[in-house]
Design a protein around this ligand. Structure first.
Ligand code: ATP
Length: 294
């Protein structure tokens, strides 16, 4: 298990990116959900030992990850948010190069490893193609292949599904789920559905703080009977906002559908709906924003 304790980081410009973050992350897929600027990448980079926290500790099955960075990097696979590749190099050649960098020096062992990884991420047929010709989804699957070199015990993927079409996203998430059967996988994302579809455990991070951690299904169950839906005109929205706790708004055929949090029906025209993770997420973000404004 990955144990993060009281991790804090303030950048030189005064931004407090992480505020005493404490999380227990067991084997399997763990979703780290938060809006832009929440601190997800700061946390991922800190776990990947690419930047130091001001305070706090990170251990994996008791091993201090911050103490010996080269050792940590050997047990870790990382797919960063911005993953650059050489566009003119083939997938196979680039993966081979990454394997050399990770210390797989024996040629035949490396060949076997590269071939196995290309098959695992379903890029075998396109292994000779230049990376510059790859679609977004193919590039991300290539990114996972490089992250898996060295059979990491911990895999970190930072916002991997942004910009993927539904089919590519599905394929990518299935691949992650497979990997999650063997290791700790942390999926950082601002897409709620990624977590709903994939992660038995999760945390919500906003403004550097953990707002919630646990099982998505349990968090959803805690809102049972308290989420109400109504379709309104856009012009009415401000009035509703002033009177009710609006969790989310969504355009539906040109009109606005709102989800409201209330212990009993908030009024005429509202119907009770089964809560989902988006309701949990927006509810928590809203509660934090309200607490901060008070
Ligand atoms: N190197 C840095 N120096 C100063 N401020 C930074 C630095 N990196 C990030 N920040 C700030 O820290 C906060 C958290 O950023 P971070 O990138 O960790 O968030 P995020 O949740 O990953 O968001 P995004 O999805 O937009 O990347 C933001 O306010 C960001 O502007």
């Amino acid at each position: 298990m990955l144990a993060i304790r009281d991790l804090s980081k303030t950048y030189a410009n005064g931004v407090r990116a992480l505020r005493e973050v404490t999380l227990d992350i067991p084997h399997g897929m763990f979703g780290l959900l938060g809006p832009n600027g929440a601190g997800k990448s700061s946390l991922m980079r800190t776990i990947a030992t690419l930047q130091d926290p001001d305070r706090g500790s990170i251990t994996l099955d008791g091993q201090d990850l911050l103490a010996d960075k080269p050792a940590t990097r050997r047990l870790l696979g990382y797919l960063p948010q911005e993953f650059g590749v050489y566009p003119k190099v083939s997938a196979e050649a680039m993966l081979d190069h990454f394997a050399v960098l990770k210390g797989v020096t024996a040629r035949s062992e490396r060949r076997e490893l590269v071939h196995a990884l290309l098959r695992q991420v379903n890029l075998w047929d396109v292994r000779k193609r230049k990376l510059g010709t790859f679609s977004g989804g193919m590039r991300q699957r290539f990114g996972i292949a490089q992250a898996l070199i060295g059979a990491p015990r911990l895999v970190i993927v930072d916002e991997p599904t942004a910009g993927l079409d539904p089919e590519e996203r599905n394929r990518f998430l299935n691949l992650l789920a497979e990997i999650g059967e063997r290791t700790v996988v942390i999926l950082s994302t601002h897409i709620v559905e990624d977590v709903t579809d994939l992660c038995p455990r999760m945390a919500i991070l906003a403004q550097g703080q953990v707002l919630l951690t646990g099982e998505p299904l349990q968090a959803i169950a805690s809102l049972e009977g308290r989420v109400w839906r109504r379709t309104i005109e856009k012009s009415e929205l401000d009035g509703y906002r002033a009177r009710m706790t609006i969790l989310s708004t969504r355009l539906m055929a040109g009109r606005t559908q709102i989800h409201v949090l209330a212990d009993s029906s908030p009024g005429e025209g509202f119907v009770a709906v089964a809560p989902d993770l988006e309701d949990v997420y927006f509810g928590r973000l809203r509660a934090q924003a309200t607490a901060r404004a008070a």
